[in-house]
Design a protein. Structure first.
Length: 135
């Protein structure tokens, strides 16, 4: 099973360099919207989670999954054009949660902090599966 050294973000999916700034990601979104004829509009504040080794949110307007970037507070849904504010776990939990997941194979990297799943649960799962906890 493959095991990568990073949780995938919007930069990976968009094919942008990992050191790209917010302006680069927004330019990508604007180009995408123009090509698809999407009208950007204000959306909601939504919480991010990790599914299949990717930081994602679910658009509440069209139910589309959107890959996001932890340092980028806003994201446009590439299906309906809604601009959403994204809520991530606090910096410490984000780093500890990613560290626990990086011990796993890519296909087993899932975390739902938006549903109250604590980092300690990820470590408990790792221990139960014989995976190093990083503690």
């Amino acid at each position: 099973m493959p095991k990568s050294n990073a949780i995938k973000t919007a930069l990976h999916i968009a094919g942008l360099k990992l050191d790209a700034g917010d302006a680069d990601l927004m330019a990508y979104e604007d180009t995408w919207a123009a090509r698809r004829g999407l009208l950007r509009h204000k959306g909601d504040t939504i919480s991010a989670y990790i599914s299949d080794n990717r930081w994602v949110v679910t658009c509440p307007e069209c139910n589309s999954g959107i890959v996001v970037l932890p340092r980028h507070e806003m994201i446009m849904c590439l299906e309906c054009g809604a601009d959403h504010r994204v809520r991530f776990p606090d910096t410490r939990d984000l780093a500890n949660g990613e560290a626990a997941l990086l011990e796993r194979q890519d296909a087993n990297r899932h975390w739902f902090p938006d549903q109250g799943e604590p980092v300690s649960h990820l470590r408990d799962e790792n221990r139960a599966q014989g995976i190093p906890t990083g503690e």
